[in-house]
Write a protein that binds this ligand. Structure first.
Ligand SMILES: Cc1cc2nc3c(=O)[nH]c(=O)nc-3n(C[C@H](O)[C@H](O)[C@H](O)COP(=O)(O)OP(=O)(O)OC[C@H]3O[C@@H](n4cnc5c(N)ncnc54)[C@H](O)[C@@H]3O)c2cc1C
Length: 454
């Protein structure tokens, strides 16, 4: 803990007791565990250790990323980002119209919120930032030299939000349970400005598309690009799935299905609910993976602010003179302005009560956007069973649950496979017991067994 960090109320123990009675019971943060026995039965060897995410049931995210539903304008995100009474400001990935659902969008939204606050705040004002994820931490950094008194209120007992690095000395790199993948860079291309301060990354440059019958040609984004281009001229917004069909793609085709499974791991939603007028960013053939520690990075960004963990905000009362926040502890504190960075899922689920209610434009935007699902499972092998050096694996055909895998062995020297699953499949995956989830993951790896082992 830094010296400026504190816990509201008496001691951490007392606070913990209070929180239990005031807030929904969070699912325990996943921890690195040795694979429990008895081991599931599958031809794929059991890993030495497994860690998985459960964002779908986490009360402080209620899903993974926002998405734009059919018939919803991207402008909904701009409406959500509009300040209310010059006192309540919003940031977070869902408020960024250009790069929603991404690390980049979250950072950009935090920068924008800081600019907006700086334009109106007088020296010495008290500013609260709700949420210590990428958006909140970036907003705090943007206010650092503005002569403002900044306090961060974070519900969890850690920083990072949906950028969650878990350190375990048995793993060669931090286990990233949330966002950690960035689009690959073309030769000579510089990372986006928003990415400049992020922890170190490694390149994942080689993809493998594998069916039960062997390797298949990569499909690329051409079918999606054609569908989206055609849909731009249609009189009404239609689902991305419908746009694909209308441009000649067969959704039953195993390669198209694998491409959509990959899309779901970044969009958080299936093509039958995604807007084709305002589609999500298309998946990249090449990626960069963050292999550093988000936690340390975000703490550094917030080093000039007072960081208050384990303090869920339950109510925001505001008028044109200021803001009063009620915490899960029952305590209330006053500020001049507040930046709300909580996930869309929390706003949709009524996790924070606004008084007076937010304007219709904000409530309309909150309800119009969708909150999608992404889950991830990390497997560590003492003795890797796979023979390929490819780093991004796609499972083509079959009915496997986890169809996108990242192979970190070439980058880290450690036998780490990361399974990523999106949309409805992710919601179902999150519902599984640990053993069931492990079995689903291992079964999904069958296409990647060496031929003699399969
Ligand atoms: C599994 C998964 C995989 C992803 N993969 C990628 C990827 O590969 N690439 C990519 O670019 N993006 C990815 N993303 C998205 C990316 O992680 C997010 O866009 C980004 O981290 C969101 O940051 P944020 O600050 O907007 O929200 P958050 O990180 O969610 O921060 C909000 C903070 O608010 C806190 N909070 C919630 N409720 C309250 C309350 N009542 N009071 C106080 N605090 C509260 C939360 O605890 C949290 O810390 C992924 C996300 C997930 C979940």
């Amino acid at each position: 803990m830094t010296r400026r960090e504190l816990l509201v109320g008496a001691g951490a123990g007392a606070l913990g007791v209070l929180l239990v009675s005031c807030t929904p019971e969070p699912k325990p943060t996943p921890t690195a565990t040795r694979t429990p026995s008895p081991l599931p039965t599958t031809a794929v060897p059991a890993p030495a250790a497994t860690v998985r995410s459960t964002w779908a049931t986490d009360p402080f995210s209620r899903g993974a990323v926002s998405y734009t539903r059919i018939g919803v304008q991207a402008d909904a995100r701009n409406r959500l980002a509009e300040p209310v009474e010059g006192r309540v400001f919003f940031a977070g990935e869902a408020t960024d119209a250009d790069n929603p659902a991404t690390i980049r969008g979250a950072i950009h939204s935090g920068e924008s919120a800081a600019v907006r606050i700086r334009a109106v705040a007088a020296p010495g004002e008290r500013i609260a930032v709700i949420g210590a994820g990428l958006a909140g931490a970036t907003a705090v950094a943007g206010l650092a030299d503005a002569d403002l008194d900044v306090t961060v209120l974070e519900a969890r007992d850690r920083v990072g939000g949906r950028a969650h690095s878990q350190l375990d000395e048995e793993w060669a790199v931090p286990i990233q349970l949330g966002g950690w993948l960035l689009p690959g860079l073309a030769e000579g291309e510089e990372p986006a400005r928003e990415e400049s301060g992020l922890p170190e990354t490694t390149e994942l440059a080689s993809a493998l598309w594998r069916s039960p019958d062997g390797d298949v040609d990569p499909i690329g984004n051409a079918p999606l690009e054609a569908a989206i281009a055609a849909a731009q001229g249609s009189p009404t917004d239609i689902a991305l799935a419908e746009a694909l069909t209308e441009t000649g793609s067969d959704l039953e085709d195993p390669s198209i299905s694998a491409l959509l499974a990959y899309l779901a791991t970044t969009a958080g939603a299936d093509a039958d609910v995604l807007s084709s007028w305002f589609p999500p960013a298309l998946p990249s053939a090449e990626l960069r993976a963050v292999t550093g520690d988000f936690d340390a990075h975000l703490r550094e960004l917030m080093s000039d602010a007072q960081l208050t963990l384990s303090s869920p905000v339950t109510r925001i009362a505001y008028d044109d003179t200021g803001v009063s926040l009620r915490l899960g502890t029952g305590e209330s504190t006053s500020f001049d302005r507040v930046i709300v960075t909580v996930p869309l899922g929390v706003l949709q689920g009524g996790g924070i009560d606004f008084s007076p209610p937010l304007p219709f434009s904000h409530r309309g935007a909150i309800n119009a956007l969708g909150m999608g699902h992404i889950e991830t499972i990390w497997l560590r092998y003492d003795e890797p069973f796979w023979e390929t050096d490819a780093t991004i694996w796609h499972s083509v055909g079959g009915d496997h649950v986890v169809r996108t895998w990242i192979n970190l062995l070439p980058a880290t020297g450690d036998g780490i496979l990361v399974g990523i699953v999106g949309a409805d499949a992710a919601e179902g995956f999150a519902d599984l017991e640990d053993q069931e989830a492990l079995l689903a993951a291992l079964t999904s790896l069958a296409p990647f067994l060496p031929p003699e082992a399969g």
